[in-house]
Design a protein around this ligand. Structure first.
Ligand code: CUA
Length: 326
């Protein structure tokens, strides 16, 4: 943290809507608010602690065995009521002025739907394009509408100084604008179970041209005149967070490994009873659509359904992929 006065300077300005279109200034304002509140809090802590220790020594029992009536001081009482009240209102005002813009995207922002699930992030764009990274064009405001399919997660992007919970059944909001190209970490900041620490991804800020080339890939895929786009199953699995729980190298993670899974005999728990199955097309499809029906013994029943997420072509491609993964 930078302790120069630079952080306190933006507070002296009257809030100006123009400032909000610029990330460094918006995040500077957040830093300033944070610094101001920190300085006031530390000041009060030091003051209170100092007097506490001072009075404990000065009025210790050895020197004052008999309690005496203390003379009241109206001026002192007014001072210690009014000054902290003013400080609290300053903190409230600064907090309000600088934190509320975080929830209100400027008009004309590009909308991205963010879905959190155990244990991956998915970003869906206005044209239906889905991505496991948050790709954004430099200089354009991006409004994030955040949701969760299972438990509470929290979208945390430290570079932009923004964080918001992802709550099932509730849409929360954030927005950002990248001022230069680069990659910035995204974390889940709410403990959400075994795979919490693997809920990592990135904001990828790219030039407007690069972004539109990437963004239009969905349109190209829909356009049959360009021929079928071969499906990259590895990428599909990665984008949907499958690989956060299922390894492809035989290692045991949250769920069974994909390596050699096709044709494997497994003991599954179906409605509380154990039974033996062999992994075939039907079992893979069922495990994607209704993962809680036949849970492989020894693994937690935590996988969400991908019924609304994966198309049947995609599921077929995954089945073919698993057949080859010996
Ligand atoms: Cu999701 Cu922690």
């Amino acid at each position: 943290m930078d302790w120069t006065g630079r952080h306190l300077l933006p507070l002296l300005h009257v809030p100006d809507k123009g400032l909000l279109s610029n990330v460094p200034q918006l995040s500077d304002r957040i830093s300033s608010s944070f610094m101001l509140i920190l300085v006031i809090s530390v000041g009060l802590l030091v003051l209170v602690t100092f007097f506490m220790i001072y009075f404990a020594i000065r009025y210790r029992r050895k020197r004052h065995p008999e309690a005496e009536k203390v003379k009241e001081s109206l001026a002192l009482e007014i001072a210690w009521t009014v000054i902290p009240t003013i400080l609290v209102f300053i903190m409230f005002y600064v907090g309000w002025e600088n934190f509320t813009p975080l929830r209100k995207a400027p008009p004309g922002a590009m909308t991205v739907h963010v879905t959190a699930r155990m244990w991956s992030w998915q970003f869906e764009y206005e044209n239906g394009l889905k991505s496991s990274t948050l790709n954004v064009p430099v200089g354009k405001s991006v409004s994030l509408l955040i949701n969760s399919t299972d438990v509470i997660h929290s979208l945390f992007i430290p570079h932009f100084k923004i964080k918001e919970d992802a709550v099932p059944g509730l849409e929360t909001k954030l927005w950002l604008v990248a001022d230069r190209e680069g990659e910035y970490n995204i974390f889940c900041a709410e403990y959400c179970g075994q795979g919490h620490s693997s809920m990592l991804t990135k904001v990828i800020a790219m030039s407007a041209e690069e972004f539109s080339a990437w963004y239009n890939q969905a349109e190209d895929a829909k356009d049959d005149t360009k021929g079928p786009v071969p499906m990259n199953v590895q990428e599909l699995l990665d984008d949907n967070g499958c690989l956060d729980c299922h390894s492809t190298d035989g290692s045991i993670q949250v769920g069974p490994t994909f390596k050699g899974i096709y044709g494997r005999k497994e003991t599954v728990i179906s409605e509380g009873k154990e039974r033996e199955i062999a992994v075939d097309d039907a079992y893979v499809r069922k495990s994607i659509i209704g993962p809680d029906e036949d849970v492989v013994k020894g693994f937690p029943d935590v996988m969400p359904s991908f019924e609304e997420v994966l198309s049947s072509d995609e599921i077929n491609a995954i089945i073919e992929y698993l057949k080859q993964l010996k």
